[in-house]
Design a binder for this molecule. Structure first.
Ligand code: PAF
Length: 283
């Protein structure tokens, strides 16, 4: 496995892999890898001859008040985990490599980027789609892998790829959870022991929503209130949102219709740590 910091070197190494007849799988990340990231790498390795991982804590997707500076970083540990999961090349660009002086181009997916997370993080998805577009252009993979935990991000990236005719496939891989149900996230390290013991309630509330729909509940407000009241019992600092939306248009549903697939995303703060999770349910 090699680690490269410059775009030109990455392009040359990937061209060499292609000339050896290898297809390319790509996993973009911000590093501090957990088993969720490693599951993307393992899947990429099963499906492709050459696997590229990018590690870049992308400043354009953080608001000035957010955790850009303290976002966890550990390149040594990431390298070991990436290699064990089948990675062939890690791309670790600097901020100047990705956004050189005078940089001025941004990609925005309108509509989908301003709801849910977008209501709380207005510039976030513009930063995500811009950096993902750049990384996908650099790597030009046959398949690029993202995690279902960031459901809205995945939907927006798929829309960007379709609207802008990006070549290659996008694969959304199921969320990997801790034994107690907490979705794996690099930000889980911020949780105090008490917050960590309360956080699995998010997954339990999503399971509760699923049970309610299975037992015939069709009123989104009843489901949301049941989820809210369960979460409230576990000392959240703030529930930013719990919504029931169409799984591809992200528009809120006022009634659940049999056969429709909905996404139930939520964002909850424990102290200063903001956790997101979701479930997709076909009614
Ligand atoms: O999901 C992430 O880790 C980031 O948003 C991504 C897709 C790597 C873009 O910076």
């Amino acid at each position: 496995m090699i680690t490269l910091a410059h775009i030109q070197e990455v392009r040359s190494r990937i061209a060499a892999a292609r000339s050896e007849g290898k297809s390319i799988g790509f996993v973009p990340t911000m590093g501090y890898l957990h088993d969720g990231h490693c599951s993307l790498l393992r899947k990429a390795k099963q499906e492709h001859g050459f696997v590229v991982l990018s590690i870049f804590v992308n400043p354009t997707q953080f608001a000035p008040t957010e955790d850009l500076d303290r976002y966890p970083r550990d390149l040594e540990r990431d390298s070991r985990n990436a290699e064990a999961a089948g990675c062939d090349l890690i791309f670790v660009p600097s901020v100047a490599e990705m956004y050189p002086q005078g940089y001025s181009s941004y990609v925005t997916v309108e509509g989908l980027s301003s709801v849910l997370e977008g209501e709380f993080r207005p510039e976030h998805f513009r930063g995500v789609t811009t950096v993902v577009m750049k990384l996908m252009n650099i790597v030009q993979a046959d398949t690029t892998y993202f995690g279902q935990k960031d459901a809205q991000q995945s939907i927006i990236i798929k829309k960007m790829a379709a609207d802008l005719n990006l070549p290659g496939r996008i694969d959304i891989v199921p969320t990997v959870r801790e034994a107690d149900g907490l979705a794996m996230s690099s930000r889980n390290v911020y949780l105090t022991p008490e917050q960590r013991s309360n956080a699995p309630v998010l997954h339990r509330s999503l399971q509760l929503a699923q049970q309610l729909t299975r037992s015939g509940e069709r009123d989104p407000q009843v489901i949301i209130e049941a989820m809210r009241s369960l979460i409230q019992q576990h000392a959240p600092t703030q529930i930013d949102y719990i919504r029931i939306v169409g799984a591809s248009d992200l528009q809120e549903r006022t009634v659940l219709v049999t056969g429709e697939t909905v996404l139930i995303p939520l964002a909850v703060r424990f102290g200063t740590t903001r956790l997101i999770d979701n479930i997709v349910i076909t009614i």
